[in-house]
Design a protein around this ligand. Structure first.
Ligand code: ADP
Ligand code: ZN
Length: 738
């Protein structure tokens, strides 16, 4: 048995952060004992030395033994990652057809990725009693540097190495001399986690209504892995349900991971969790500094953080004692990473739940069609909260036809009148326009030329405040000319963005406090928090904003929402267009009338006869979802089929298409029955940041077949000559088709 173990340890399988799918074999270090999976190692890689992650051990390698290189150092005494984490990493690499070393990199906080210790070692340099008594000037003549260091130590008694690095940069060379004379010592301390916060005062929540109680009971009743879709209209008390379920899991001494969309991680949510649960959640999101992130990660790993709240990448955090994962706003696009490793944190939460045998709760007012279909299949339990909690009533919905009427700065008379009435009676109004900037187009009134981006097939957006033209696709910026570069004619901004709407509203409704909230107005640190606080308190009377305002926020005084232009989504080329539009409208409408006052929602459209409106207004999101599912079933789009996209981009259009053609040939040759291959086609906005984009769509009713095709295809693409001229990526379960 022991002999066997030793045999199995002969070769270590190491994941390395490189764009290659495979693991790399290394010999274990000659001296150390067994190296466990989940530990990091320093290994030679080409001519470099890199940090890798031991994923497993094998008894032999395909490489001849004399070709195998040896691990240079083992960086962890105990595994950084648990077996369940390694299993998840392997699953992700396999499912998304992504290099496993890059998956490991995505799962680790930056300092650990770079090979830093989990807990930094602190060095403390201390003067000894002899050193204290020694007159520094007596050694000064022969060893002036030693005298200088001794003097520093005598003055301070003891100094951390990090401080000495600043005070006397060369001290490390000098110290051995002083230590040799018995005048100084160096001590190494391992930093440890701060002890967990004392629980604070807790505020009791409302007593649950029947629907909430039965949702809580149903989630609690499940033992081990099960998935519940908590499908509740905005304000129905989903968060209350989470809180009760979390409470119980924490009482049982297990950890909870709560995943939220990027804009859903608000100070409001954190305060509510603190007040109700009496603990401070550990936060994991991309805006944190490296050390804060590492700290939260460590506390999740060693079990001292009972509740972890984070955005999508937090899905990978190791948990000592996992008990529950909740994914809030499970339909939200930000749960899917759209670059590099294109994973869905929602889908992986379910996979992780299965691996760890714990319950999963997916919550939304507008669930994804994927999750709704899983409920129909009986794989998830469908828990509904169809009514608003407490005393709030659902908002009144109205559609305004703007095809014929004259608009006043983008607003119909109906909206203006309704606003005036609301404001005069002390209400708060939100104008939703999903387009930032002043105007989406700048046109020359003489020659008709439109300002376009030089590197994209896209128009430049006018930003009046900064007097710039900006491309919202590649970020290009140029000064805003009032005269046409071609003919010298006068240029005119066409259409409305939030910036222009803000100006127009300020002119029409003087004397009211107005705030614009979009990614331009909230770029400065702290401005978003301040603006939201004023809006929550009800001091801001008119809010103008994009998508940013449509989620997660609770404005108690908000009584009216106007959707300025809903039509962009009606004619989307993407099969998800209808689902997305309904989600964003229902989410923003859900902001209105969350407390006592009944809210109203007015939607402006130039296409009031479009069947979408009838579905939405007669049956709400549920009806839209039903119709969309029926449509998808007929056309065999997801969730009734599985798709993957091979995207490519290159500076020359030919390179893009040659690569995709080659890929198509290989895919066809693989001959997996049941997989349809569509393309190559150019993206509708073909040129982005100077690169021509194209893609190949692979579709199959059966998930297994699709992966049977993708697995060898990925390996082939890595070695294909035409791949060297393009940037390419595989996107499994893409949420955007282009
Ligand atoms: P959601 O997460 O579904 O949007 P919340 O849990 O935030 O809903 O609840 C919306 C509002 O209703 C909150 O102010 C909350 O305190 C209140 N609320 C929730 N459940 C109840 C209940 N059973 N009785 C009274 N008020 C409730
Ligand atoms: Zn551009």
């Amino acid at each position: 048995m022991a002999e066997n173990n030793k045999q199995n340890q002969n070769v270590l399988e190491v994941a390395i952060d490189a764009p290659l799918s495979r693991l790399f074999d290394y010999l274990p270090p000659a001296t150390a004992g067994a190296v466990l999976p989940g530990c990091r190692v320093q290994v030679p890689f080409g001519r470099r030395s890199v940090t890798g992650m031991v994923m497993g051990a094998a008894s032999h390698s395909e490489l001849p033994r004399e070709k195998l290189r040896r691990v240079q150092a083992v960086l962890d005494d105990v595994p950084l990652l648990f077996d369940a984490d390694l299993k998840l990493i392997r699953f992700v690499a396999d499912y998304y057809h992504h290099p496993i070393g890059e998956v490991v990199a995505a799962a680790l906080p930056a300092p650990l990725r770079k090979g830093r210790p989990l807990y930094p070692v602190l060095q403390q340099i201390t003067v000894t009693d002899d050193g204290e008594r020694c007159d520094a000037s007596t050694i000064g003549r022969r060893a002036p540097k030693q005298a200088e260091l001794l003097q520093l130590l005598q003055d301070a008694g003891s100094i951390p190495a990090t401080e000495l690095d600043e005070q006397m940069p060369g001290w490390r060379r000098v110290l051995p001399g002083l230590a040799g004379k018995g005048f100084a010592t160096i001590r190494e301390l391992q930093e440890t986690d701060a002890s967990p916060d004392e629980p604070c005062e807790r505020v009791a929540g409302p007593s649950l209504n029947d629907e909430q109680r039965s949702a809580v009971d149903s989630i609690r009743a499940g033992e081990g892995f099960c998935v519940s879709l908590l499908d509740g209209v905005t304000g129905s008390g989903k968060t209350e349900v989470y809180l009760r379920v979390i409470e119980r899991v924490l009482e049982a001494g297990r950890q909870v991971l709560l995943l939220v969309p990027e804009i859903g991680l608000t100070p409001q949510l954190v305060v509510r969790l603190e007040q109700r649960l009496g603990i401070t959640p550990a936060l994991l999101h991309s805006a944190l500094a490296d050390n804060a992130r590492l700290d939260a990660w460590r506390r999740a790993r060693n079990g001292s953080a009972p509740l972890i709240v984070g955005t999508r990448s937090a899905l990978f955090v190791p948990l000592k004692n996992p008990g529950l994962i909740i994914v809030d706003e499970e339909h939200d696009a930000s749960l899917k990473q759209q670059e590099g490793l294109r994973y869905s944190a929602r889908d992986l939460a379910v996979v992780r739940g299965k691996h760890e045998d714990i319950p999963i709760v997916l919550g939304s007012a507008t669930p994804s069609l994927e999750s709704l279909q899983r409920c129909r299949d009986g794989a998830y339990s469908h828990l509904r909260l169809p009514h608003r909690a407490g005393s709030a009533t659902p908002p009144l919905l109205r559609l305004v036809d703007i095809s014929a009427s004259n608009l006043n700065d983008g607003l119909s008379q109906t909206v203006i009148d309704a606003m005036r009435e609301e404001l005069q009676s002390g209400g708060q109004v939100l104008l939703f326009l999903n387009r930032r900037g002043y105007a989406p187009t700048l046109i020359c009134t003489a020659c008709g030329q439109i300002a376009e981006c030089e590197r994209c097939d896209a128009r430049m957006t006018v930003h009046a405040g900064s007097a710039q033209l900006r491309c919202h696709h590649c970020g290009a910026i140029r000064p805003l000319d009032s005269q046409c570069v071609t003919c010298g004619g006068a240029c005119l901004p066409l259409g409305h963005g939030t910036e222009r709407l803000e100006d127009a509203i300020a002119a029409q409704f003087p004397g009211y406090e107005l705030a614009r909230i979009d990614s331009d107005s909230t770029r400065l640190k702290g401005t978003m928090t301040r603006a939201l606080a004023r809006a929550t308190e009800g001091r801001t009377q008119i809010l103008v904003g994009t998508q940013m305002l449509s989620k997660g926020h609770h404005f108690p005084k908000l009584s009216m929402v106007a959707v300025v232009n809903a039509d962009q989504g009606l004619f989307s080329t993407d099969f998800r267009g209808g689902e997305r539009l309904a989600q964003s409208l229902v989410q923003v409408a859900g902001r209105a009338g969350r407390e006592r006052r009944q809210g109203q929602v007015i939607v402006q459209t130039a296409f009031p006869k479009h069947p979408f409106w009838n579905e939405l207004f007669s049956g709400g999101y549920e009806r839209v979802a039903e119709a969309a599912l029926a449509e998808r079933q007929k056309t065999a789009w997801p969730p009734f089929s599985k798709i993957a996209l091979l995207r490519a981009a290159a500076h020359k259009r030919d390179d893009t298409h040659r690569f995709l053609q080659d890929a198509r040939r290989h895919a066809e040759r693989a001959g997996v029955a049941g997989v349809r291959i569509l393309g190559p086609v150019s993206a509708p906005m073909e040129r982005l940041a100077g690169r021509y984009r194209g893609q190949l769509l692979m579709q199959s009713v059966n998930r297994r077949e699709l992966h049977e095709l993708l697995r060898p295809l990925r390996a082939t693409l890595e070695g294909m000559p035409s791949a060297r001229k393009v940037r390419w990526s595989i996107d499994v379960d893409p949420i955007e088709l282009f």
